[in-house]
Design a protein around this ligand. Structure first.
Ligand code: PMP
Ligand code: GLU
Length: 394
């Protein structure tokens, strides 16, 4: 019998669906996957070349657990230049994806029974990571238009609140939080002596006028309680390389490093060398990808907002649309009834051959998530199929 802890863990719905997609494709079905959020582009060539070079040069051994010094120095330069935050290399740890840095952060910050405030809708893995650390997720819905609701966060704070988690640009809503709202959250964290974890993995994918702001840049009081998490996955199309990082006060970084020392050790050596090339030489590639995503966002938004029963907020960042689909609940196609978001996602998978993630995975049961990180050709085909299937509902 497996442990209670793992029995209570829901598998990652964004990733699990990939297995279902593979199974349907193997059975000869044409499936367009708009479920898992990852750039469809290949990793920029200079990054691939840098990793190849590093391997040929013998950089294939264990490295220091928190990562090679030249990469941590490059990350420190990036955070100073782009995010206006000062970190020394020993205040940075390189991890096997932002995912591992985040999972470890909760272990380091929380004792059993501590509370972690998570604005919802939220990315699928936070709740399970918090539970794995023995802590309690406290879900706080965002305001209308997916704006961060500092008032609601304040009301959710208790003496047990240990962490406030922020994710901007947001997965799944695509919202980019304003400086004003982030300042209010920062004040709350200082006033109530809690940590802040800020997940900034989509910082490069912004299409509107609200700039990305790193909460740790506000003041030394905010800096000393904040862990800034970032990744290479989304910005540099490096999802499969598994590399991300966290920056924060030394004791937090030492704690995360202690866990890594007993679990994964360092993130892959030659991937770390390639990550330096990503940070220092690949700005133009990132901008080209951002432009392509913006064009797709515009196309998809226009199509999705016209679907009967769908209400879609306009997203400013990341690569997701997150429409409320409660207007389809209760409708039918033949004997099939759309009872809820999983039923709609199931219907669209069977009827349209398009894989989407029901909002339940993101603590928002009246929505579904579509990612537009796919080719324009596939997106057009997917929307034609979704539209035809939705129009059959009555
Ligand atoms: N945070 C968010 C909000 C994400 O969407 C993802 C997606 N994978 C991650 C963290 C993890 O990124 P990584 O691939 O670097 O582990
Ligand atoms: N973050 C992406 C998503 O939400 C990739 C899958 C995952 O890591 O959850 O779809």
């Amino acid at each position: 019998m497996i442990s209670d802890r793992i029995q209570q863990m829901a598998p990652s719905q964004t990733l699990e669906l990939n297995a279902k997609v593979a199974e349907l494709r193997a059975a000869g079905k044409s499936i367009i996957a708009l479920n898992s959020g990852e750039p469809d582009f290949n990793t920029p060539a200079p990054i691939i070349e840098a990793s190849h070079r590093a391997m040929l040069e013998g950089k294939t051994k264990y490295t220091q657990t928190p990562g090679i010094l030249p990469l941590r120095e490059a990350i420190a330069r990036k955070l100073r230049r782009e995010n206006k935050i000062e970190y020394a290399p020993n205040e940075i740890i390189v991890s096997t994806g932002a995912k591992f840095a985040l999972a470890n952060a909760f272990q380091v910050m929380c004792n059993p029974g501590d509370e972690v405030i998570i604005p919802t809708p939220c990315w699928v893995s936070y709740v399970e990571m918090v539970k794995l650390a023995g802590a309690i997720p406290v879900l706080v819905p965002v305001a209308e238009d997916n704006r961060l609701d500092a008032g609601a966060i304040e009301r959710a704070i208790t003496p047990k609140t240990r962490v406030i988690l922020i994710n901007t640009p947001n997965n799944p809503t695509g919202a980019v939080y304003t400086e004003e709202s982030l300042r209010r959250v920062a004040e709350l964290a200082v006033a109530h002596d809690c940590y802040i974890i800020t997940d900034e993995v989509y910082e490069k994918l912004i299409y509107g006028t609200t700039p990305h702001i790193s909460i740790a840049s506000f003041s030394p009081e905010v800096w000393e309680r904040t862990l800034t998490v970032n990744a290479f996955s989304k910005a540099y199309a490096m999802t499969g390389w598994r590399i991300g990082y966290a920056a924060g006060p030394r004791e937090l970084i030492k704690g995360i490093s202690a866990i890594q020392g007993h679990t994964t050790s360092n993130s892959t050596s030659f991937v770390q060398w390639a990550a330096i090339t990503a940070l220092e030489e690949c700005g133009a590639y990132v901008e080209n990808m951002r432009r392509a995503f913006e064009e797709r966002r515009d196309y998809m938004f226009e199509r999705v907002r016209k679907l009967p029963g769908f209400r879609c907020p306009f997203p400013d960042g990341a690569f997701y649309l997150f429409p409320d689909v409660s207007g389809t609940f209760g409708k039918r196609a033949g004997s099939r009834v759309i009872t809820d978001a999983p039923a709609l996602a199931g219907y669209l998978l069977d009827e349209a051959g398009v894989a989407l993630v029901p909002g339940n995975a993101f603590e928002a049961p009246s929505a579904i998530r579509l990612t537009y990180s796919n080719s324009m050709e596939n997106l057009i085909e997917a929307m034609d199929r979704i539209e035809a299937a939705v129009l059959k509902l009555n």
